[in-house]
Ligand binder design. Structure first.
Ligand SMILES: [Fe+2]
Ligand SMILES: [Fe+2]
Length: 307
């Protein structure tokens, strides 16, 4: 039986956490005023590389030689120039985000070790960095094909990055924002677009990236579960972080897409802004918050039992 992307991801996270996550829709709270978190919701492109509160990415720079393996010949004649430009920008943005995720997981691996996390989580984090290299290369190739020119990644600023969040609470809260929320929502977006994309080769690529991202999201949930077991006093701060997400989501408001060719965008792996908003809305209320509730309830019960 086919399941929706929300159902599939909910089952994946439930299995990683070893808890039952009911199929429910959490009612949205009414406080509307969390602009920074609301902006973050709209930019959920995988695991960001955050230093001093800013998500860093490398610039893309032109290659001298144009040697493209991927030509997307079928699309070249039929795409309106403004759509082609939009798709080039979309895939360039994804490539930069995926590239930054490599550094984010490289740092996360050493942070896991610094707080004594179990070896299995370290293994998963190393594997995630490896996945992100492939995602960055695939997205860059698509950006090049739509831009019609060779591109490569410039230097990534990693100054002060290793001094970030080696304290368990900071690390856990960053993982809630960037992993449990950011990666879970971007996985859902990818799985949704993969299911809608009519170009079979591209749909397959997107689904394989979504499968990797589901493992990365599960890793974040598993780490937070472990951190709550290690230090039960974190429950309050983690709860507050998820509640801020819910309020931010309500404050984000509706987005109206101005894209003139939404179906062409979908065909080429890009969700129009209003559809993306709908996916994120569904993901917050039907996936992230129910998973958070199950995780926090389980952690609270475990604490009462003293385990
Ligand atoms: Fe990725
Ligand atoms: Fe990822």
């Amino acid at each position: 039986m086919d399941r929706s992307p929300v159902d599939q991801l909910r089952r994946r996270i439930a299995s990683a956490l070893g808890v039952a996550i009911p199929q429910l829709r959490v009612a949205a709270p009414t406080s509307p005023d969390f602009e920074a978190a609301a902006a973050a919701l709209r930019k959920a492109d995988g695991r960001p590389f955050v230093v001093d509160g800013d998500a860093r990415t490398a610039e893309l720079v032109a290659q001298r030689e144009l040697e493209l393996e991927l030509e997307l010949e079928d699309f070249e004649d039929e795409l309106p120039p403004e759509v082609r430009e939009q798709l080039a920008a979309h895939w360039a943005g994804i490539a930069r985000a995926e590239h930054a995720s490599v550094a984010s997981f490289a740092r996360f691996t050493s942070q896991l070790m610094s707080v004594g996390a179990p070896p299995q989580l370290v293994v998963e984090s190393l594997a995630a960095a490896d996945d992100e290299v492939r995602h960055a290369e695939a997205a860059l190739e698509l950006a090049e094909a739509f831009a019609g020119r060779g591109l490569e990644f410039g230097p990534l600023d990693v100054d002060a990055a290793v001094a970030e969040a080696c304290d368990l609470e900071q690390l856990t809260l960053a993982c809630v924002s960037e992993g449990c929320i950011g990666e879970t929502l971007s996985t859902l977006e990818l799985a949704t677009i993969a299911a809608r994309c009519s170009d079979l080769g591209l749909a397959e690529l997107l689904q394989s990236i979504a499968d990797d991202e589901a493992r990365h999201a599960a890793l974040a949930w598993m780490f937070v579960r472990w951190a709550l077991q290690r230090d039960p006093t974190l429950n309050q701060a983690v709860t507050a972080r998820f509640e801020a997400l819910a309020r931010a989501h309500v404050g984000a408001g509706a987005v109206h897409s101005a894209e003139p060719y939404p179906e062409i965008l979908v065909e080429h792996g890009c969700l129009p802004a209003d559809e993306r908003e709908r996916v994120i809305h569904e993901g917050v209320l039907e996936l992230v918050l129910p998973c958070a509730r199950a995780l926090l309830d389980e952690s609270a019960v475990g604490n009462e039992r003293g385990c």
